[in-house]
Design a protein around this ligand. Structure first.
Ligand code: SAM
Length: 271
């Protein structure tokens, strides 16, 4: 899928978004609320990440398979069965639902800034032991020392204050609890992300640059993203949505391929 057409609106939006941090957060909130309102009936769209495939994967990927793989990779090696699990930035809820079905945590809570996404999630996934709540990553509406695992997938790059988020993550986790994290940043910012996590009170146990896996996923998932966009996005929004979807040819895909952007997977434990 070529990202054809005039990209100037997307470029303008991106540079606008890089401005004032809390203003940028309001814009992101507006964007995710807009998407949830517009696509509230699109029940098969439940994940909003770039996905993960193991190196050497050949062939095509089923709808949302790569996105659910990313969730499994994020918690890989951490036992979440019969545990209290929180996801911050759960989006349309499909990733947390996948883990809930597969690993049977005691209880799973998904939290997102977008109240419209939360309404979608609670309607779409009325499963026992799984609930979704509205809230912000830097002020979690949960008691201290109550969670065994906190998951955060491709959400933190829009937070105005990453340090405040990781402090909150540390506060709500029980001692020894795991923080399972995946997101992308400009390569030169990776060290500061690791430092923030450690300064908040975590010990990093796993660090992986999973950029090649994410690129593989984006290539394998291209036909699925293409089909969804053609079927549901009006022509005048397609260029912007293709950029957002990270398809081959998009700025995200190009920056990840060149190493300018790095997709990190970090598992750390509350000391
Ligand atoms: C790219 S989506 C990823 C959603 C989901 N993790 C997934 O992989 O499908 C990013 C999500 O982070 C949420 N988000 C952004 N800022 C947030 C904040 N400060 N607190 C909680 N959620 C936030 C957005 O509303 C959006 O749903």
């Amino acid at each position: 899928m070529a990202v054809a057409g005039n990209q100037s609106f997307y470029k303008w939006l991106s540079s606008f978004m890089r401005g004032n941090a809390s203003f940028r957060q309001s814009l992101w909130k507006w964007w995710y609320n807009f998407l949830s309102r517009k696509y509230s009936n699109l029940t098969e769209w439940t994940c909003m990440n770039y996905g993960y495939l193991p190196e050497g994967f050949v062939g095509s990927a089923a709808h949302e398979e790569v996105s659910k793989n990313l969730y499994q990779q994020v918690v890989n090696g951490v036992n979440i069965s019969d545990k209290d699990v929180l996801e911050v930035g759960c989006g349309r809820g499909g990733g947390l639902h996948h883990l809930h079905e597969r690993f049977s945590p005691k209880a799973s809570v998904g939290l997102d800034l977008s109240h419209r996404s939360i309404s979608f999630c609670n309607k779409r996934f009325p499963d026992k032991g799984l609930r979704y709540i509205q809230g912000s990553a830097d002020d979690l509406p949960l008691d201290s020392d109550t969670m065994d695992t906190l998951i955060n997938v491709e959400s933190s790059h829009t937070y105005p204050d990453f340090d405040a988020f990781v402090k909150e993550a540390c506060r709500v986790l029980k001692p020894g609890g795991h923080f399972c994290y995946a997101d992308f940043r400009q390569a030169e910012k990776v060290d500061s992300i690791k430092k923030s996590i450690e300064s908040a009170g975590f010990q990093i146990e796993v660090y992986n640059d999973i950029s090649p896996n994410v690129l593989l996923a984006l290539k394998a998932d291209e036909p699925n993203r293409d089909e969804l966009i053609k079927a549901h996005v009006p022509w005048w929004m397609r260029t912007t949505v293709k950029q957002f979807a990270g398809v081959p040819g998009s700025k995200f895909f190009t920056d990840l391929s060149s190493g300018e952007t790095v997709y990190m997977h970090i598992i750390s434990r509350k000391i």
